[in-house]
Design a protein around this ligand. Structure first.
Ligand code: ADP
Length: 231
């Protein structure tokens, strides 16, 4: 075998075993997760808890857009009107932003995507992005929530956080856009056998417990869960 062939073999083996290599360095590999649900279903709250539980970063496209809007960055100025009206930011922009973020070091050990993907194009982009890295999604957590409950929560949040996209019209519009654009994507995740449905009604702690139990049932648990989670 020539040394070029040697090198080639070494390179492709190295890529395939990237997860194992990290593992052998003592860097635990967490899951690659999505959390999906209608606006106001409590995704952000649960995402923060799951991030901590699994030791993985939450990547929230909504938070990234709001941060950029608040800081009047070039991206923020571009998307402000869209986000304030409750429409979706164009896929090209959103995909590029997520690709950038997923390439950062902390996302090597897993991630929880909150609010992405929301369109068929975003699903395709994410699949291709992960496939290139020999990675795939482990589970899609779908928070199921009642519309009345949601409207009530969003009203409270508007008062507490003063989000500029939490006006009544924008809230209603975001619900419609979600039902029309994003809900239909869930069937495909169901077909892949990675959809984990969780009732989003109840106390915050209860819901977290439900999600962790459901993921556990799907074979996804925190690294060293046996050591750290037992009282
Ligand atoms: P909510 O869950 O209440 O809709 P988010 O914080 O997830 O709130 O998103 C707020 C806004 O940011 C959306 O209404 C949309 O304008 C924009 N946005 C967030 N994620 C995406 C995405 N994946 N694709 C397009 N637009 C997005």
């Amino acid at each position: 075998m020539t040394s070029a062939e040697d090198q080639l073999e070494f390179d492709s083996a190295a890529e395939v075993d990237a997860d194992e290599a990290l593992d052998s360095l003592g860097v635990g590999i967490g899951p690659r997760l999505l959390i999906v649900g209608p606006p106001g279903a409590g995704k952000g709250t649960q995402a923060a808890r799951l991030s901590e539980h699994f030791g993985i970063p939450t990547i929230s496209t909504g938070d990234i857009f709001r941060f950029n809007i608040a800081n009047e960055t070039e991206l923020g100025v571009k998307v402000k009107a869209i986000v304030d009206s409750g429409d979706y930011v164009p896929d090209e922009l959103t995909n590029a932003l997520v690709a950038d973020r997923l390439t950062e070091d902390d996302a090597l050990v897993g991630f929880l995507l909150d609010g992405y993907p929301r369109t068929p194009d975003q699903v395709d982009f994410l699949d291709a992005f992960l496939a290139e890295r020999e990675q795939k999604l482990d589970a899609v957590i779908r928070l199921v929530a009642d519309t009345d409950e949601i409207v009530e929560r969003l009203r409270r949040r508007a008062l507490e956080q003063g989000r500029t996209d939490d006006t009544e019209d924008a809230i209603r519009h975001r619900q419609e856009v979600y039902r029309r654009e994003t809900e239909p994507l869930m069937a495909a995740f169901g077909d892949r056998g990675i959809l984990v449905e969780v009732d989003g009604f109840g106390a915050v702690d209860e819901i977290t417990e439900r999600i962790i139990t459901a993921l556990d049932g799907a074979g996804i648990s925190a690294p060293d869960a046996e050591l750290t989670d037992r009282p």
